[in-house]
Design a binder for this molecule. Structure first.
Ligand code: GLN
Length: 229
């Protein structure tokens, strides 16, 4: 499969901000685990790409309406998404956790969210999880997760439920947030690359992901962003 997409130019969408998978650095260049994976895919398969950052809901919609060839943004593989898009083989294991203020002693698990105010990110798998697992709560949604975290920091919401790797990285970069991560990893999930339904590219992407596991590319990118685990 090496160089099998040479001469192709793919339009690839990413999220405007999903640390540490895709986010703008100080000079407004997109960096992150997914951005490095994309560069490795491009290098291995030989394609060029045009990167288009957009809000998460627009990102999923753009793949479904064939405006993007693919989307990479720590996107959870779900049955609903698999019905409307092609999805690569999984490339990252994640799950959900709870973000609360440091001094919050009441919320340590999902059942503690009954009757609480929860801030969530629009269009994400955490919304389905909260809808299915918390009967009675007030949900506010935001296009970007940073706004949801700030909602907890300023006391306007009790908790955020969201992807654990993002939460941990956010806290490591914002040591003065006054917040912490609670709860066991819930709703274990895997991230995949979203492609158009019936895309010609899916088998190439899967082949490259497989090669990256064997040739050390995956481990090198993983260690760069998450350290050795
Ligand atoms: N993994 C989550 C989802 O797919 C969130 C992804 C994101 O916000 N970029 O719903």
């Amino acid at each position: 499969y090496k160089d099998s997409l040479a001469g192709k130019k793919l339009t690839v969408g990413c999220d405007t901000s999903f640390v540490p998978f895709c986010f703008p650095d100080d000079s407004n260049t997109y960096v992150g685990f997914d951005i490095d994976m994309l560069a490795a895919l491009s290098d291995y398969l030989g394609f060029e790409y045009d990167l288009q950052p957009m809000d998460f809901t627009a990102l999923l919609m753009s793949v479904q309406t064939n405006k993007l060839d693919m989307a990479m943004a720590g996107i959870t593989i779900t049955d609903e998404r698999a019905q409307v898009m092609d999805i690569s083989d999984p490339y990252y294991d994640a799950g959900l956790q709870i973000f609360v203020k440091d001094d919050n002693e009441d919320i340590t698990q999902i059942s503690d969210l009954e009757g609480k105010k929860i801030a969530l990110k629009e269009g994400t798998a955490s919304i389905d999880y909260v809808n299915e697992n918390v009967k009675d709560c007030t949900v506010t949604t935001f296009p970007n997760i940073e706004s949801a975290y700030l909602e907890v920091q300023r006391g306007a919401a009790d908790a955020v439920v969201y992807d654990a790797p993002n939460m941990k990285y956010y806290l490591s970069q914002n040591p003065d947030s006054g917040c912490k991560v609670e709860g066991n990893l819930m709703d274990g999930c895997q991230y995949g690359i979203m492609l158009q339904k019936g895309s010609d590219y899916t088998e190439y992407i899967d082949a490259a992901l497989e090669a990256f596991k064997e040739d050390g590319t995956y481990d090198a990118i993983y260690e760069k962003w998450f350290g050795e685990e």
